[in-house]
Design a protein around this ligand. Structure first.
Ligand SMILES: [Zn+2]
Length: 596
């Protein structure tokens, strides 16, 4: 019964009202109310460590009680202990920190199977590779872990020469002696190339007689036409496209490990932030089979939405190649832990790939050597205006990917043309909002836009952005302090698997904005740790309209909780990165670490 009611309904019950009174702490509770709350009884009470509620009113409490997957009480230890029964388990935090678990404000859940099944050949801090020898070590461990047999593909991700102390590309001669019987493919960090061994070249049919296609790269051995190892762009893309695909069953079997990527980072609500039709079908199958123990929020990708609604939600389908009027009803509700939260639109590419759409040219040439390059939009404005109006008219939330300020202008114009205003409470989320201009913040306020920033860019690509755009623009990337100063609600994300699923790294980046090289990328846009944590919890919950059930420790909300080995509010700023997740709970059930 309890899991079927929401927080408001809960608070209307006698017990809820009694507990709310306990939490408020300033009103005496009656004997009758005390009896009701005792009748409910806590399953677990946490005490003995900092407990961050993430509510601005009462930031910390001494103890929290949970029952039936929800928060039963939060307040002083004396207040919360009133919910104790003779079966209540008392959890002593021993100085560890309890707080609401994290919400993935934007990422790509469907990338997790590959992260699970592939070897991580990235450089620090994402992976362990600093030299070619490390790649061999990682691949050997991978073969062992997955018990790969001769002939099976060994695939690594995150390969990047800039991580290698050898100062040269890894080549087939490095790989062949160790892996003579397995094809090996080390996918480049850009996903636009790979290093392969001899067995892999034989499998895909590339040899000395293969010409290099236009727009492609096939590195050759010195003084010969023999492929050396690295292939890029048009030489790689068809090869990758023809790789054997895992079966649906194999993919379904990765869902546990995929969820553990999130749970081990203290995240209990995951996002699949650009869901294609086949992926939605797969996620629905996983949900129907009861494989999800975390919540998964899906954002169907706009160009596929009419077909997707027709196929998977025939009840809502007009069959006319348009989003049907009733499609809205498919959104906003969890079914077996899978929810469609809104429609995803993408208006440009990535700033580090120079495919974002800016109003002013870059200081460096475009990706193809173009002068005065300012990127380009993915769709012309008239198409964007049509999408946006249609989705708004159907009452479905929009999650729009915009990295460059010119792309943001397009979305602002489209929303304005559709008659959108802040008082409509549409919560249009502008994913990334990275190269936002100061004047666009006011437009966000007027239109009710909410940015989901990507502050780890200051670490991973801060130097690149300064080189490409100059300090003034680069220092305003993901301008969380300015946005919050205007009263905007902002979340923060990792765009997993673009950067790791690591909320503590995200919080650290938000607070320090420190690049790999130690430069502070925009000192004025740093915010304090409290605000950085809100962007990962309650603000992210608000953007997906789950602020009544998630994101804070308040009576009646879900007991989605994380225990950390350090308190982000009190450790030295440079130590936030090193805080580890001890335990993650979804609705009171431990989901990390998993029982063996
Ligand atoms: Zn993304």
């Amino acid at each position: 019964m309890f899991d079927k009611i929401n927080r408001q309904q809960f608070l209307k019950t006698t017990v809820g009202a009694a507990i709310a009174t306990v939490v408020a702490g300033n009103l005496p509770i009656s004997a009758a109310e005390r009896t009701s709350s005792a009748a409910m009884g806590a399953e677990k009470i946490f005490r003995g460590g900092p407990i961050l509620t993430m509510t601005d009113g009462l930031r910390q409490v001494e103890a929290v009680a949970i029952a039936n997957g929800r928060i039963l009480a939060a307040g002083t230890e004396a207040e919360v202990m009133q919910t104790r029964t003779n079966t209540t388990v008392i959890v002593e935090l021993d100085g560890k920190t309890l707080m609401p678990s994290f919400i993935d404000a934007h990422g790509h859940f469907m990338n997790s199977p590959q992260v699970v099944k592939w070897a991580n050949v990235s450089g620090p801090p994402v992976g362990p590779v600093s030299a070619i020898a490390d790649i061999i070590t990682v691949l050997n461990a991978h073969v062992e872990k997955f018990q790969l047999k001769p002939g099976e593909w060994i695939i690594g991700y995150g390969y990047d020469i800039t991580n290698l102390s050898d100062g040269r590309e890894c080549n087939r001669d490095d790989l062949d002696p160790h892996f003579p019987d397995n094809p090996v493919m080390l996918i480049h960090v850009s996903n636009h190339g790979a290093v392969m061994n001899s067995k892999a070249f034989a499998e895909v049919g590339i040899d000395a007689s293969t010409p290099t296609p236009p727009g492609g790269i096939i590195l050759r051995k010195p003084g010969s036409q023999e492929p050396d190892g690295l292939i890029m762009e048009t030489a790689f893309l068809p090869v990758f496209g023809n790789m054997p695909q895992p079966s649906e069953q194999e993919l379904l079997d990765t869902l546990d490990a995929a969820q553990q990527i999130y749970a081990s980072a203290g995240v209990t609500t995951c996002q699949e932030g650009a869901t294609h039709a086949k992926d939605l079908k797969f996620l629905q199958k996983g949900a129907e089979q009861g494989r999800f123990y975390l919540d998964v929020v899906s954002l169907p990708f706009v160009v596929e939405v009419p077909a997707l609604v027709a196929e998977y939600f025939p009840d809502f389908s007009s069959g006319a190649g348009q989003i049907p009027d009733t499609a809205k009803e498919a959104f906003g509700v969890y079914k077996n832990r899978l929810k469609l939260a809104g429609i995803k639109i993408s208006l440009d590419g990535s700033p580090q790939g120079k495919t974002a759409f800016w109003s002013q040219p870059l200081l460096t040439d475009g990706p193809g050597g173009e002068k005065n390059w300012r990127g380009q939009p993915l769709f012309p404005p008239e198409v964007v205006n049509k999408f946006v109006k249609e989705i708004y008219d159907k009452g479905i939330p929009i999650f729009c990917h915009c990295n460059g300020d010119a792309a943001i202008d397009m979305m602002i114009d489209a929303a304005e043309a559709a008659g959108v205003t802040a008082d409509q409470d549409r919560r249009t989320v502008i994913i990334h909002s990275q190269f936002q201009r100061p004047d666009q913040l006011d437009r966000y306020v007027e239109l009710g836009f909410s940015p989901s920033y990507f502050t780890t860019h200051t670490f991973f690509w801060g130097k690149t952005h300064v080189e490409n755009t100059g300090k003034e623009r680069a220092y305003f990337i993901s301008p969380m302090a300015s946005a919050m100063g205007k009263g905007l609600r902002c979340s923060n994300h990792s765009d997993f698997s673009v950067t790791p699923m690591d909320p503590m790294r995200m919080a650290w980046s938000t607070v320090t904005r420190q690049s790999r090289e130690g430069e502070i990328i925009g000192p004025d846009e740093r915010v304090d740790v409290w605000l950085a944590l809100k962007a990962l919890t309650i603000e992210a919950a608000w953007q997906i309209r789950e602020e009544d059930s998630k994101g804070t420790i308040e009576v009646g909300k879900l007991a989605d909780l994380v225990i950390l080995d350090g308190n982000p509010l009190t450790v030295a700023t440079d130590q936030i990165l090193n805080i580890k997740v001890i335990e993650t709970m979804k609705e009171g059930v431990k989901v990390y670490p998993k029982a063996a």
